[in-house]
Design a binder for this molecule. Sequence first.
Ligand code: NAP
Ligand code: 8YV
Length: 310
Amino acid sequence: MSRPTILRVPPLSPQLHDTVGERYDAVDPTDLPARAADVVGIVSSNAGQVGSDLIASLPNLGVIANHGVGYDNIDVPVALARGIAVSNTPEVLDDAVAETAIALLLAVRREVVVADRFVREGRWPAGPYPLTAQVAGSRVGIVGLGRIGQAVATRLEALGCTVSYHNRRQVDGVPYAYAASPVELAASVDSLVVVVPGGSATDALVDREVLDALGPDGVLVNIARGSVVDQPALVAALQDGRLGGAGLDVYADEPNVPAELVALDNVVLLPHVASGTHVTRAAMRELTLANLDAWLADGTLRTPVPEMGQ
Ligand code: NAP
Ligand code: 8YV
């Protein structure tokens, strides 16, 4: 029996790229348009766009399996209008992403990177490192108290922080204070962690007003999407001293990080690695391919995106 033809939309990790190649009749964008009519499925990840043009060019496409919980890289309305199933990888990455948020918050507040540089540059013998801020006892707001946001919240509680949050809807049964807007939340906390989905609904949700409400002693942590924060406003707030610091995993135009951010000592910069542990990426790969296999077997999905309403 012939194997189903699956399009690998780059970039995929080498492991995912190779596994798709071993299990299916894998094709890459360079094989299009010659093989377009054969393609029944797509495997993608957050940095690979699955836009309306690509979807329209694949007449027999039936499923898009995204390696990642966020799927703002996919034109979901266009896919669903054609009856194409779309899956993502929720839950399996919550722990890894939440601990990255905590790592960034601790690194910025305790100046871990700058203090490391201080030791490496041999500056310690000349005198002690200055005192830093403390995370224990501080107030932390979470924009997006979903699966990952709640995993961040429980870790913050263990660190002795007071947690509050903003979502569009209040969450039942959580012990955290609710704020009706990102500005209201930012004005009431010391640090703000952003964990909402990307896309047009959250574009620049964290704008100049939110950053100013967070203030000169405030710290912003963004592990969501670069699009959620107004990046020029963030750079200006940090440069002007209107914001105290930032811990960032995501950017407006990845992998390009503005030189202005690189130049700042009160900013810790990660290269979109929040889910990037061996164990989590293996679980994400497995779930991505389990979705693909389920759809190929009987048209179902293990973890359909919420827009599919299943
Ligand atoms: P989730 O469970 O769906 O949680 C998302 C939360 O955001 C929900 O509580 C939702 O509540 C809130 N929200 C959505 N739209 C909002 C808006 N316009 N204003 C305010 N709140 C809003 O998703 P998750 O699994 O926690 O993942 C969250 C996101 O993290 C992903 O979509 C992805 O973009 C990002 N992520 C990044 C990495 C990384 O590598 N850096 C890794 C994994 C995930 P309401 O619906 O009530 O508003
Ligand atoms: C990426 C992410 O998907 O899950 C998400 O939304 O942003 C990440 O986990 C991953 O880095 C690449 O596949």
